[in-house]
Design a binder for this molecule. Structure first.
Ligand code: ZN
Length: 716
């Protein structure tokens, strides 16, 4: 495990340290607690939040780092070695002339006179409050468009003008008419919520990520269109920004009492539960870089991420689907509204579907078309997606509905109208994914490796100019690496890379060979002054990995990453560069508020099998490698044999041994108690017979991830 230690210890206040020091057990409890509660949202410092504790925190850190620098200065004054003395500091910097020039070139590449996307984003506006700020019961800001008022001007030098324009369009919020009887509330969360009027009530598509945002959106609809009952809710796919706000639309009691349909594609619940659990701790930490939850929303901070402004920070919720869509062409009529479905598994999500509304010639594209280039690989970390399958499903959409569709709309960004535009919209979107897939395979078959391909691949000129497939969320470069990974895996066939030294090991050897690191830093500063930010980031980060106390290397690396952030067209890249820059300046941010949202309510839907899988994941096998035993696990509706072999957790479903070493009679809550190492709950919920020491021995290995909640990223 990589620990956030030295810098953090100096910098963080005692209170923040306490917040970051939750033990393994507490971390694990969080998982079970979510099952019964609404999970809490993401951090106070997410994009969009001005102030909210982040500023005070920041100024505190600034002082501390200044102290750190002072004491370093004293140390070096006393010692004979002189520092490189490059005049570096922790201030947020202006754009350099190189960044200004790079951003100016974007105006030459793209047709900024083409305002069709702006017209689409505004079309059909029915109502919007002058200011939008949504708060939770406790007064915490769950969502704010007010915080983005700074966008209402031309792009500053510190922002790629293409990303700035996309942020401006995502800043357009309110209630919109998409087609007769189809309405969307946009800009009330990262995603859109859609209301389809039936004969007597509403069919609600993708009820946003958090309850407060969904409630506010529903209120806007009630005020302006009318207060009708909800007849059905549909989840287009298994990502939290498409179901987490459901309790703001209907309650579980209403669903049961009034027979409200909760519709989802096959495999939805399994994937919704799994995607964020097994690698969840690491994903949550990495997601704070992707979504920029460490940053303020401003001209030198977070802007948007191409599919919205960022994550909302209210409470998430979950209600299980009661109606599953199993095949393409399947239809469902609810309250007089006919819906025909196209399943698209393995595209943007493992369980996803589009909907065709034949009565309205309207096509819902879920998140398969989003008005930006999406991710074949997502920076928070996830399994890669299949660009070829994605393109083929879009071609199937064209075949099924292309000749009839008069409007296409989806869960992020704005609709597109008129058949001729729609055909182009879907075909262009299919083309970019197919291009990335095919061109990567073309290059890799010529022997180019992942990094080489990412640096050489570039969209065909005409596709490059299309506004709605620009690289705001995914990028061609990192998506090409996903294709490489899918087909070739991590290995580039160069055996030097079979067992590389770890970054800090090799960095120390580099430093040993290089000799005078002050001279290296002086050269790096010269290259910084020439605008070579990527190289400067690489060499200075190597110095940081050799010696994380090298303050000047940290600060120069931070400055270089900051300029890369200012130049990035991708909102997720910008966030990642700027978060890394901040952590190099101030140390790893262990503020609880910066953690990405928990997936409230989902853990209780884990099956016993998933919980057993998870027990293996939260166990440090090396700690219990001498432990071998068998246990019969008797659950109310099922049984398992647990084989712990050399500390490894194995199991067999639906079986029982005649002569196990021990038997545990329990239920799901009892299995959760083992995950959480909750001795009190275990004694209450797990009845043991046979050797009762074995469970205690297993628990010695169950450590969870609390200590690793804020692992280092840009330093060892
Ligand atoms: Zn989404």
């Amino acid at each position: 495990m990589k620990k956030a230690v030295r810098f953090v210890a100096i910098i963080m206040s005692a209170a923040v340290m306490l917040a970051g020091c939750s033990a393994a057990v507490q971390e694990s409890v969080g998982i079970a607690e979510n099952s019964g509660q609404q999970g809490s949202g993401v951090g106070e410092t997410d994009s969009g939040q001005q102030g909210s504790g982040g500023i005070a925190e920041e100024s505190g850190k600034q002082e501390s780092v200044a102290d750190e620098a002072d004491s370093k200065q004293q140390e070096t004054d006393e010692a004979e070695a002189s520092p490189a003395d490059l005049g570096l500091n922790t201030d947020v910097k202006e754009a350099t002339q190189f960044t200004i020039d790079a951003n100016d070139q974007v105006y030459a590449l793209l047709d900024f006179d083409d305002e069709s996307e702006l017209e689409n984003a505004k079309r059909g506006l029915i109502a919007a409050p002058d200011e939008l700020e949504i708060k939770t019961d406790t007064g915490k800001v769950a969502w704010s468009q007010k915080a983005y008022a700074f966008l209402e001007k031309d792009a500053p030098h510190t922002a790629n003008p293409s990303l700035w324009r996309n942020a401006q369009l995502n800043h357009i919020y309110g209630l919109f008419e998409v087609a007769d009887g189809i309405y969307q509330v946009r800009g009330y969360d990262m995603s859109n919520i859609t209301f389809i009027k039936g004969e007597t009530g509403w069919i609600v598509y993708d009820p946003l990520m958090t309850v407060e945002c969904a409630q506010a959106a529903f209120d806007l609809v009630k005020e302006n269109i009318g207060d009708y009952p909800v007849k059905a809710v549909l989840y287009s796919h298994s990502h939290v920004d498409h179901y987490g706000g459901v309790a703001g639309i209907v309650s579980e009691e209403q669903v049961n009492d009034e027979g409200i349909l909760i519709i989802a594609p096959e495999g939805f619940e399994e994937h919704a539960v799994c995607e964020n659990v097994y690698a969840g701790n690491a994903m949550a930490r990495r997601a704070s870089y992707q979504y920029g939850t460490l940053l303020e929303g401003n001209e030198t901070g977070s802007l948007c991420i191409g599919i919205g402004m960022g994550q909302s920070k209210g409470n998430t919720s979950y209600i299980s689907p009661n109606t599953t869509i199993e095949r393409t062409g399947q239809t469902l009529t609810v309250d007089g509204v006919i819906m025909e479905f196209q399943l698209t598994p393995g595209t943007e999500a493992p369980a996803e579907m589009n909907t065709w509304f034949p009565q309205k010639n309207a096509l819902w594209m879920a998140e398969n078309c989003t008005g930006t280039l999406h991710n074949l690989y997502t920076l928070r970390g996830a399994e890669v997606r299949d660009g070829q399958a994605w393109a083929e499903f879009l071609m199937e959409t064209l075949k099924l509905y292309g000749d009839k569709a008069e409007v296409v709309f989806q869960a992020h960004n704005w609709p597109h109208w008129e058949n001729k535009n729609i055909l182009k919209y879907i075909a262009n979107t299919a083309a970019v994914y197919k291009f990335i897939n095919d061109q990567t395979l073309y290059y890799l078959n010529q022997g180019y490796t992942s990094t080489e391909i990412a640096n050489m691949i570039k969209l065909p000129d005409e596709l490059e100019k299309v506004w709605y497939t620009r690289q705001y969320y995914g990028t061609v470069a990192h998506n090409s690496k996903a294709v490489y990974q899918k087909y070739m895996g991590w290995y580039d066939a160069n055996p030097v890379h079979l067992r590389q030294l770890s970054p800090s090991e090799s960095a120390k050897k580099y430093v040993e060979y290089l000799g005078d690191t002050d001279e290296v830093l002086r050269k790096a500063k010269e290259d910084y002054d020439k605008g070579e930010y990527q190289w400067v980031a690489e060499i200075t980060n190597m110095l940081v990995f050799a010696d994380p106390d090298n303050t000047e290397a940290r600060l120069l690396c931070a400055d270089a990453l900051e300029q890369l952030g200012y130049q990035a067209e991708s909102g997720t890249w910008r966030n990642a560069y700027l978060c890394a820059s901040q952590e190099l300046r101030f140390g790893t941010n262990t503020d609880e508020a910066t953690r990405a949202a928990s997936k409230g309510g989902l853990a209780s839907h884990m099956t016993p099998l998933m919980i057993l899988q998870y027990i293996g994941i939260v166990t440090d096998t090396m700690k219990i490698q001498d432990l071998t035993f068998t246990a019969n696990i008797i659950l109310p509706d099922d049984s398992y044999v647990l084989f712990v072999k050399d500390g490894v957790v194995l199991y067999e479903k639906g079986a029982l041994l005649d002569d196990p070493d021990t038997t545990w009679t329990t239920n799901k809550a009892g299995l959760f108690a083992i995950v959480n190492k909750d001795e009190e709950a275990i004694s209450r919920l797990v009845t043991q017979s046979g050797d009762e020491t074995l469970l205690a021995k297993l628990l010695e290995g169950v450590t969870g991830f609390g200590d690793a909640k804020y692992f280092n990223i840009v330093e060892p």
